[in-house]
Design a protein around this ligand. Sequence first.
Ligand SMILES: Cc1ncc(COP(=O)(O)O)c(C=O)c1O
Length: 400
Amino acid sequence: MGFLSDALSRIKPSATIVITQKARELKAEGVDVISLSVGEPDFDTPENVKEAAIAAIRRGETKYTPVSGIVPLREAIAKKFKRENDLDYKPSQTIVGTGGKQVIYNALLATLNPGDEVIIPRPYWVSYPEMVGLCGGTPVFVDTTMDDNFKLQAEPLERAITPKTKWIILNSPSNPSGAAYSRDEMKVITDVLMRHPHVWVLTDDMYEHLVYDDFKFVTPAQVEPNLYERTLTMNGVSKAYAMTGWRIGYAAGPEKLIKAMDFVQGQQTSGAASISQWAAVEALDGTQAHLDVFRKAFAERRELVVSMLNQTKYLKCPMPEGAFYVYPSCAEAIGKRTPGGKVIESDEDFVSELLSAEGVAAVHGSAFGLGPNLRISYATSNKVLEDACSRIQRFCGSLG
Ligand SMILES: Cc1ncc(COP(=O)(O)O)c(C=O)c1O
């Protein structure tokens, strides 16, 4: 009898964490490494949010909180959904977790039984299939294509739905592709889902605020109000408020689901960190002025990176609507040889050779279920991005 659980054999380590770690180690050895693999903004948490946290510490808000979150935060979340998404949720229909990750995980843990299927469009955020597997469910992948800008289409979705489908996980704007669904594009998906009343919708709206060029963000229950009764709308402060380390995510949905998630969380971590919760109240209720600053910087960086990558031999890079990632194809580089004689056989080879040759860390697309591509995070300065893209150009130019 082995000591470790069978569940471990069902999961893979997070490729993004592995690559970020490898880049860190190379840096520590003195190698000049540029990491484009991180999934967090390079900005600091806004000052008003930090002040709110300091004030919370001084007031002594340092004790256990209710499992689902402090009342002021659940009220702020309900207000946010009304103000920004035109969705009516009572505070009792909301839950706060230790990061968006925990919220998704607990929704799956509270609902999945062995054999239950969860539809996940590819490319996907690395954690979805692993979480589904850990909770005993079966991920069912539906491919998108670069020609469709990595957006799910009605027909393949319809074909993937079976009587065992319990959830579909939607993520717009997407990590890794940056693709975001317009109202019309989302309606195509919600129309399919309306024909299958047993399928629940878990929408991960983590990058809601990071959209560019007048793009209007929409969430499924807003586009199709009839889905409200079977939708969990998940979001968080990590990305838009540069609060990745504070670990606050949240969701709203039908009360019976929220209660079940509360039940799971009560035997797990209990309430999220009290100080972080008070900081999140300020993030949601306070000034949103920083968002324009973030968006402007990200929009410029997106232009820079897409333009430079599209001038790179063997790469093709679509212009995504949101998040801070681009997802170029490196299909034309497959089969080419590095100056050292190594044949690039996969996107994993591509990123590994790129890291060795030029010290640029990106993540291979196959880690997100769809390649040959690479995910490049542009959450760093223009200067660093220019340097990185020049190095990628030099690397691709050296292949033959
Ligand atoms: C699509 C997506 N959802 C959820 C999360 C998790 O966010 P958090 O850091 O709040 O757990 C991430 C973080 O990388 C993400 O990219």
